[in-house]
Design a protein around this ligand. Structure first.
Ligand SMILES: Cc1ncc(CO)c(N)n1
Length: 229
């Protein structure tokens, strides 16, 4: 088995818990509370900004042009394409996209971006990719799972969202990350492999918690966040 096949298997329970989460199930059924959709977009817009910062660190740690090219392509994808699923949620709640931008991250999203930045700063390319991979991988699987289970047609409330993540383009771009990570794992030491596994698992856990954060409209204890800007 390859490294990514092993970690996919070791974290199967988390993937299943994500598929069964009420937010994700709600997307499939076409019913998600409006506050949860708004909370998700506010957090995810800033999360994706942080994700691009991590790609930037990954570029600075790359020695090969193919890696630099891949990361820069991914930044372009987040900037130009991953706005589409966000627009779907905004349209459903009748909110303008810019109204939901610029908010401080709730605790779980804050934890998630700092977890990725920690591995980006402390680790090599393999460790960075291991921390990043659950982001596209869980969404590819969510998209395909919802397509299969609910077989939405274009008039489904969340068809654009589901179609975006189930689409082959997203799959191809994301799964290139699996192949590169497997190559890096071949050359990694035992210690590096353990760190890569930890980074991957924690990102899967935080993916699950991110859905819960949005669903419960999680806030900081006193209801006031300190802006990190
Ligand atoms: C939290 C989170 N994980 C994964 C994705 C998919 O890129 C996303 N947009 N947000």
């Amino acid at each position: 088995m390859t490294f990514t096949e092993i970690v996919r298997k070791e974290n199967n329970e988390l993937f299943e818990a994500i598929f069964n989460h009420p937010f994700v199930e709600g997307i499939g059924k076409g019913e998600v509370p409006e506050q949860a959709l708004a909370h998700y977009i506010k957090a995810d817009y800033e999360y994706l900004n942080a994700f691009m910062h991590v790609y930037g660190v990954a570029i600075s740690k790359s020695t090969e042009r193919r890696d630099m090219g891949y990361f820069s392509e991914q930044v372009g994808f987040v900037l130009n394409s991953e706005t589409h699923p966000h627009h779907n949620f905004c349209d459903v709640i009748g909110a303008g996209y810019d109204e939901l931008q610029g908010y401080p991250l709730p605790p779980t999203a804050d934890h998630y971006v700092k977890h990725m930045m920690y591995h980006a700063q402390m680790g090599g390319l393999g460790e960075i990719l291991a921390a990043l991979l659950p982001c596209p991988w869980t969404y590819v699987e969510i998209g395909n799972h919802l397509m299969k289970k609910y077989q939405p047609t274009p008039n489904h409330t969340f068809y654009p969202w589901i179609e975006f993540y189930a689409n082959e383009d997203f799959d191809t771009l994301s799964m290139a990350m699996c192949e590169r990570l497997d190559e890096l794992a071949e050359e990694a030491s035992e210690v590096e492999l353990r760190r890569m596994k930890d980074a991957f698992r924690k990102s899967c856990q935080l993916e699950l918690n991110f859905w819960e954060m949005a669903y419960t409209c999680e806030e900081w204890p006193t209801g006031e966040a300190v802006s990190s800007k």
